[in-house]
Design a binder for this molecule. Structure first.
Ligand SMILES: C[C@@H](C(=O)O)C(=O)SCCNC(=O)CCNC(=O)[C@H](O)C(C)(C)COP(=O)(O)OP(=O)(O)OC[C@H]1O[C@@H](n2cnc3c(N)ncnc32)[C@H](O)[C@@H]1OP(=O)(O)O
Ligand SMILES: [Co+2]
Length: 132
């Protein structure tokens, strides 16, 4: 598995896009709304991985809930895999628990699933596979 992106929960994409553009010395290469997840995302290239800024797009968004509880900050790690269904099966056998086992459409042309943070040392983990 490769670290594909790090998701960071932010209150305002406007404010944080300016901050991260300054920090990384380059503009976001893509902004995309993923309504099913209740997020608007903004992506930055960072070597072989990416930074995904996440702003809530509705009140019931996991991002609003996270920010209310913990404040802004690192929300999840996403690992890129070649075959997401195979990885789900492999990790289930290893005893990991998924929030939902059915891959769904994420941002950036990916299929995604999430493991529950309670089975991964409190870190929310996403698996993602490039859509064919
Ligand atoms: C666009 C896409 C992409 O890249 O393509 C994305 O990334 S979308 C990224 C946004 N989408 C998602 O995050 C979808 C997956 N996330 C979820 O389904 C949810 O956020 C859960 C992780 C199941 C948490 O939801 P729930 O309603 O249970 O919230 P809750 O506040 O009661 O949290 C239950 C427990 O999980 C912990 N918890 C919640 N969010 C967490 C996070 N991001 N990292 C680590 N721990 C987290 C809480 O502190 C709490 O722990 P205690 O019990 O110890 O207090
Ligand atoms: Co993500």
């Amino acid at each position: 598995m490769k670290l594909e992106h790090i998701g960071i929960a932010v209150k305002s994409l406007g404010v944080s896009d300016e901050l991260f553009a300054k920090l990384l010395g380059k503009e976001s290469y893509k902004k995309e709304s993923v309504e099913r997840e209740g997020v608007v995302t903004s992506f930055y290239a960072a070597g072989e991985s990416k930074i995904e800024l996440l702003e809530a797009s509705k009140e019931e968004s996991p991002i609003s809930k996270f920010i209310d509880k913990k404040g802004e900050g690192i929300h999840h790690l996403a690992f890129g895999v070649d075959n997401i269904l195979q990885e789900v099966e492999r990790l289930k056998k290893e005893g990991f628990e998924f929030i939902s086992e059915e891959p769904k459409e994420g941002a950036d042309n990916k299929l995604i699933v999430f493991l529950h943070p309670k089975c991964t040392n409190g870190v929310l983990v996403e698996l993602c596979q490039e859509k064919q």
